[in-house]
Ligand binder design. Structure first.
Ligand code: AGP
Length: 615
């Protein structure tokens, strides 16, 4: 969602701000803007639409200044137009804001009564007027911001500039992430260390309620205050995010680069958990007595939720433990009955998804044990959970999750084996062979990726489709859901995933010549039944794309009469344990190449945000 950058430098910051904002584009946005302080004036440029529009404006109307803030806005309150774009400002202050001010309506009414004139429909503008009001009452910038914070309800991160204090930038967080970047003669603040990755790796993550004052004089220093207003020190860390890890390299899109990174990141993730010599899976710093558990609930959103659905198959089969999988945005609207012997696993790539965070708060209120599976170890979810497992996917920039999903699956697969072994559910030789299956996976995925051109050709027959159905049975069912989600996210073709057995209970009514059907049909324990579903689809005239393996392909060719209606893609034969990971690759490639033909904005699809930080 919205992205914030703030820079205090000894150089002009206009182009720096734009560079930083480019690296935040992945979060999703529909307008952008920057502001600087120079010659005791606030200078501001804003534009609706993509950053290119802002850059074009700056070419004609550049701004000067060695201190500045920038923002990419994902519209919540008010349309995605220039008036609502950030920074918002008065004559005295300029503010960029990520999050939502829940009590903005009442605050606005009070401020209007006092004579404040508003120019936008945003909730953010109340912050500008509140700070301005306190400054007019004689408060210094720090005091004015601190007083304003006590007026605000909601979750937010802010960066603020002051006309009369041209050496100072104040930033604060409450519910939305904020990280400080430190370099000689330069200080940065952003919603994500990605924004300043090429300039510094020395970072400091702000804690909930922290406020930081960045000053140019003397000597580019910063002072941190905690939520009670006391000065505080926070640890400095070295960020793993480098300029190179956030570049597109030779790929046309981040999504394609991230799809192709999967053999490496899965291998890295596996190596972080598995001792290859003794085949033991070790979960560093996770001390859970797996034998006392009677239930696991997995809670997540979107693609991470689908990772949870796959884990249910693994945990129930290999660890003998009952699993519920919950959509995080609904979890707190029920009155979940939590067994004292159960564990909640929260899955989130970003670790910032508001619904998953809210579920976490509810669990913590109930003193419930939580294990978080995240890709960002400094994220809010990771900090609040009792135990943390990390995927080593590296920064995922494409809005559509690819390598983060398969890395989540890798960790969950290892976890199921670890729990199964500790509970004595899984036989030692089965354990060894499943570990070997995981070890073989990166190589298998590389093999599938070598044939990526096949998917470019297959994509041609999907471009005119308005709807598409994905079917899977057993452990590939969640991958049918994920395939459909990938397709709708980036190609805007309406797609649904179904358990193949559900076809006859409704969706079959939709099938005709115009609706392509993608079936995930490996030769596994569910294949014969899937084959029947395949026949039912063919009988109704649909075009079928079958993702399968050699043995199943032969059966299909023998038994299905109208093979001319079928395209068959042959994947390596694998143990059904790792099918969900392998079969994710073709559905990702298919969605990517269909979207490429349709000419959509693949890395930043319309209306979507990378981390969903508002409800
Ligand atoms: C995936 O392609 C999506 N963009 C989306 O469903 C995502 O998985 C979801 O918003 C959850 O995000 P998280 O893993 O960062 O919590």
């Amino acid at each position: 969602m919205c992205g914030i950058i703030g820079i205090v430098s000894d150089k002009q910051v206009e182009s720096y701000l734009i560079d930083g904002l480019k690296r935040l584009e992945y979060r999703g946005y529909d307008s952008a803007g920057i502001a600087t302080v120079n010659d005791h004036q606030i200078h501001r440029r804003r534009s609706a639409g993509k950053l290119g529009n802002l850059q074009a404006l700056l070419q004609h109307e550049p701004i000067q200044g060695q201190i500045g803030i920038g923002h990419t806005r994902w519209a919540t309150h008010g349309a995605a137009n220039t008036e609502n774009a950030h920074p918002h400002s008065s004559r005295e202050v300029a503010v960029v804001h990520n999050g939502i001010i829940e009590n903005f309506f009442d605050l606005k009414k009070q401020l209007q009564k006092k004579g404040h004139k508003f120019e936008s429909d945003t909730d953010t503008e109340v912050i500008v007027h509140l700070i301005t009001d306190y400054l007019h009452q004689g408060d210094q910038p720090l005091k004015a911001v601190q007083k304003t914070l006590t007026d605000l309800h909601g979750a937010f991160a802010l960066a603020i500039l002051f006309k009369d204090d041209p050496n100072t930038l104040i930033a604060t967080r409450q519910g939305s992430p904020l990280v400080l970047g430190i370099k000689e003669n330069e200080l940065f603040v952003s919603s994500d260390a990605v924004a300043f990755a090429p300039w510094t790796q020395q970072v400091c993550y702000l804690e909930e309620g922290d406020l930081v004052v960045l000053s140019k004089e003397p000597k580019f220093n910063y002072v941190l205050y905690d939520r009670t207003g006391h000065k505080v020190e926070r640890p400095l860390r070295r960020s793993q995010i480098t300029g190179e890890s956030v570049s597109k390299a030779e790929y046309s899109h981040y999504m394609l680069k991230e799809i192709f990174e999967q053999p490496t990141v899965l291998s890295d993730t596996l190596q972080s958990l598995l001792n290859f010599e003794n085949q033991m899976i070790t979960l560093k710093d996770v001390n859970i007595d797996w034998n006392t558990l009677d239930r696991i609930q997995i809670i997540a959103c979107g693609t991470s939720y689908y990772a949870g659905l796959v884990a249910k198959y693994w945990f129930e089969k290999w660890a003998g433990i009952a699993v519920d999988v919950e959509i995080a945005s609904e979890f707190r609207y029920r009155n979940p009955v939590l067994s004292p012997n159960s564990l909640s696993i929260l899955i989130s790539q970003s670790g910032e998804t508001i619904d998953t965070l809210a579920a976490l708060s509810l669990l913590k209120e109930n003193e419930h044990q939580v294990l978080a599976l995240v890709n960002v170890p400094e994220s809010s979810i990771a900090r609040k959970a009792d135990h943390v497992l990390q995927t080593l996917a590296g920064p995922e920039i494409g809005v559509a999750s690819t390598k983060a999903f398969t890395s989540q699956l890798m960790v969950l697969a290892c976890l199921s084996l670890k729990i199964g072994r500790e509970r004595g559910v899984i036989k030692p030789d089965t354990y060894d062979s499943l570990v070997q299956a995981l070890v073989s996976l990166p190589g298998m995925i590389s093999h599938v990726l070598q044939n990526s051109e096949d998917y470019q050709k297959l994509a041609l027959s999907f471009t005119t489709a308005r709807n598409c159905l994905y079917l899977g049975r057993g452990i590939t069912y969640p991958i049918a859901l994920e395939g459909a989600l990938k397709l709708k996210e980036i190609s805007y073709i309406h797609a649904e995933g179904y358990a193949a057995g559900e076809l006859k209970h409704g969706p079959i009514a939709l099938i005709d010549l115009t609706m392509p059907v993608v079936v995930l049909a490996p030769y596994d324990e569910w294949f014969e039944k899937t084959l029947s579903n395949l026949q039912e689809v063919i009988a109704r005239g649909a075009q079928l794309l079958c993702l399968t393996d050699q043995k199943a392909a032969e059966k299909i060719k023998q038994q299905v009469k109208s093979v001319c209606q079928i395209e068959i893609v042959v994947l390596p034969f694998v143990d059904s344990f790792i099918e969900p990971i392998l079969y994710t690759i073709p559905v990702q490639l298919l969605a990517y190449y269909i979207a490429l033909l349709k000419g959509t904005d693949i890395d930043q699809p319309r209306n979507l945000a990378k981390s969903v930080t508002v409800e």
